[in-house]
Design a protein around this ligand. Structure first.
Ligand code: ZN
Length: 297
């Protein structure tokens, strides 16, 4: 996506200190993690206070921020990752069920599996990372959250943190859809699930078959949602990349779009990713611990 090919290191970076990494854990809130690591992208003596301060400066100086989130932030809420979600279900692998072909052949089985997965997600709550992000965007207004997660936890955090106010500024663009919502397979109308747990739900508008409103294997992402996400990233001067390795396109294009437009990237992840090398600051730790420290006044 970058028009200039390989991105350059952030301005002002030196070989000694351009990548300092650190770790925050719940038991030891800040601990050096990388001073002895042999990772080309991670240099120098860890100075967590300085890195956090640098990241907070970037946040304070940003006019418009976009956040891209992935499975890492949800895992902290106990949402199983796709492949962890109970592993095999009735001897099917997830890759066999979350496909267009499977839904066409056997929609009842695919529905049964998704209802089972909905049950997992319904038992999870937004964590302090979701809440800190929601408060940040409710206050700042621009530009917003893009998520690869289908669990709806950003939406819940936005509604809960907004209280009686409008949650809109913190509602995410869900580029992979939302597992708790239905969508008509024929006309695309989105709808809340009905009570018909044992039958195949039908669209109220056209009578077509409803499906879970998520992107299945073999499907393209919704171009309208992608366009919105890309346009948010292009307008932003800061991209927070949280709990995702962001190496798979099109999601990977979001931070690269901000970078190409002259903005900076802050990475929040428990481990180094393919994006660490181009991030202005890489903060190592759980989103639920790091984001309140990064975003709260
Ligand atoms: Zn329909």
């Amino acid at each position: 996506m970058s028009s200039r090919g390989e991105p350059s290191p952030p301005a002002g970076a030196t070989p000694q200190d351009r990548r300092t990494s650190w770790r925050i854990t719940s038991t030891c809130r800040v601990a050096c993690s990388t001073s002895r690591r042999r990772d080309d992208r991670i240099h120098g003596v860890a100075q967590p206070g300085r890195e956090l301060a640098r990241a907070r400066e970037l946040v304070a100086g940003a006019t418009r921020a976009v956040a891209l989130t992935g499975a890492g932030i949800s895992a902290e809420s106990g949402v199983p990752t796709f492949r962890d979600a109970g592993g095999l279900w009735h001897n099917y692998r997830p890759e066999e069920l979350a496909t267009v072909g499977a839904f066409e052949r056997d929609p009842r089985t695919v529905w049964e599996w998704y209802r089972w997965r909905r049950g997992f997600v319904a038992d999870c709550d937004p964590n302090e990372g979701h809440r800190a992000l929601a408060r940040f965007f409710l206050e700042r207004g621009e530009a917003g959250i893009v998520t690869q997660n289908v669990d709806g936890l950003h939406t819940r955090a936005a509604r809960e943190e907004a209280g009686d106010g409008p949650p809109d500024a913190a509602l995410p663009v869900e580029i992979h859809g939302a597992i708790a919502r239905d969508r008509c397979n024929r006309c695309g109308l989105r709808a809340e699930p009905g009570p018909e747990e044992d039958s195949l739900p039908r669209c109220e508008a056209c009578g077509g078959m409803r499906r879970p409103d998520v992107v299945l294997f073999g499907e393209m992402l919704d171009p309208e949602l992608l366009e919105r996400a890309q346009s948010m990233a292009a307008r932003a001067d800061l991209c927070l990349v949280i709990g995702t390795s962001a190496v798979v396109y099109p999601a990977a294009g979001i931070p690269m779009t901000t970078l190409s437009a002259g903005g900076s990237i802050i990475e929040v992840n428990t481990e180094a990713t393919g994006l660490t090398g181009v991030a202005a600051v890489a903060l190592r730790g759980e989103a639920g611990v790091v984001l309140p420290l990064l975003l709260e006044p």
